[in-house]
Design a binder for this molecule. Structure first.
Ligand code: BEZ
Ligand code: FE
Length: 286
C-alpha cells in the first residue's frame, strides 16, 4: 500500500473496511468514502477549497451548544433532514404526512384542557385551531396527545427570547371521546431560520433566503399508533414554495379563516377580529 495514486486511492481506503465487525457500519462507511471521493474528483477540489470546507465544519461545530444545533440546521437547509424523514415515514395514502421537527421543540410542555389559550400575552392575531384525531379509516381516537408549539406573531419561539424562561405558544392537548381537540393561539407568521452562524453564510453564498412559511408544529401520539411530527402551514403564506428547509407538503396547508369580532369556537365572544383553522390528524396503527 505505497505509491497510491488518484486512480487507486479510493480502493485502498475501502479495503481498510475489511476488518469492520458491524455490517451496517461497514456499508455506511463504504458508501460515504465512495461518494466523498467521487465528489472531490467531480469538482476537482483545490487545497484552498478543502481548507475552507474544514473551517466551515469547524465553525459549525463551535456554534453548537445545548440550545443551538448548527449541524441539524445544516442538514435541514441541505434537504437532508427531509430526505431522512421521507425514507423513514413512508405512509399509506390518507395518513397525516410528517415534516421536519426543527430545533425549537421542548419536551414537557404544560398539559392543557380543550380550548386553553397557549399564547397568553404573546403578540399576534388570535386564532382558534381545532379538529379531530382519527385512524386512517376515520375512527376517532380518544386519548391522543397533541404536543403543539409555534412562534408568536413576531416570528419568535419562546426559547429564542432573551432569557427564554417563560413558556408560551406551546402546550399539550389530549383528545376527548370523539377524538376532538381545540386550542386558542395566535396566527403564526413566517420567520427566518437562525442566520448568525456558518449556515447563514452558506445560504447567503447560495443566493437563498432563510425564511420558513408560517406554521404550527404538532407531534401527535396515541397508544398503538405511529407518532407523527408535523406542521400545519398557513395557506397563502409567501414562502410556501420556497421553504428554507424543504418541509412543505400540500396536505398540511390549512386555511386560517378571518372572522370579525363576535362568537368564537370555544363558546365565548371576541371583542376583536380572529381567525379559525381546522385540521384532522390521521394516524396509522403501529
Ligand atoms: C422550525 O420550524 O422550527 C425549524 C425547522 C428547521 C430549521 C429551523 C427551524
Ligand atoms: Fe418552526
Amino acid at each position: 500500500m505505497r505509491n497510491l495514486t488518484e486512480g487507486n486511492l479510493t480502493e485502498a481506503v475501502l479495503a481498510k473496511l475489511e476488518g469492520a465487525a458491524d455490517a451496517r457500519f461497514k456499508e455506511i462507511m463504504g458508501s460515504l468514502i465512495r461518494h466523498l471521493h467521487g465528489f472531490i474528483r467531480e469538482v476537482d477540489l483545490t487545497e484552498r477549497e478543502w481548507l475552507t470546507a474544514i473551517q466551515f465544519l469547524t465553525a459549525t461545530g463551535k456554534k453548537c451548544d445545548d440550545k443551538r444545533q448548527e449541524f441539524i440546521l445544516l442538514s435541514d437547509t441541505l434537504g437532508v433532514s427531509m430526505l431522512v424523514d421521507a425514507i423513514n415515514h413512508r405512509k399509506p395514502g390518507g395518513a397525516t404526512e410528517t415534516t421536519v421537527l426543527g430545533p425549537f421543540y421542548v419536551s414537557g410542555a404544560n398539559e392543557m384542557p380543550m380550548w386553553a389559550d397557549i399564547a397568553g400575552d404573546a403578540p399576534g392575531e388570535p386564532a382558534y385551531v381545532s379538529g379531530r384525531v382519527l385512524d386512517v379509516d376515520g375512527k376517532p381516537i380518544a386519548g391522543a396527545v397533541l404536543d403543539v408549539w409555534q412562534t408568536d406573531g413576531e416570528g419568535y419561539y419562546d426559547v429564542q427570547r432573551p432569557g427564554g424562561n417563560e413558556q408560551y405558544a406551546r402546550g399539550k392537548f389530549t383528545t376527548v371521546a370523539d377524538g376532538r381537540y381545540g386550542f386558542k393561539t395566535i396566527k403564526p407568521v413566517s420567520y427566518p431560520v437562525p442566520t448568525d452562524g456558518p449556515v447563514g453564510k452558506m445560504l447567503l453564498g447560495m443566493g437563498r433566503h432563510p425564511y420558513r412559511p408560517a406554521h404550527v408544529h404538532v407531534i401527535a401520539t396515541a397508544p398503538g399508533y405511529d407518532r407523527v411530527a408535523t406542521h400545519l402551514f398557513v395557506e397563502g403564506d409567501e414562502y410556501l414554495d420556497s421553504d428554507a428547509v424543504f418541509g412543505v407538503k400540500h396536505s398540511l396547508v390549512v386555511e386560517f379563516k378571518d372572522h370579525p369580532a363576535g362568537p368564537t369556537p370555544d363558546g365565548k365572544k371576541s371583542a376583536t377580529p380572529f381567525c379559525t383553522a381546522g385540521f384532522d390528524f390521521k394516524l396509522v396503527r403501529s
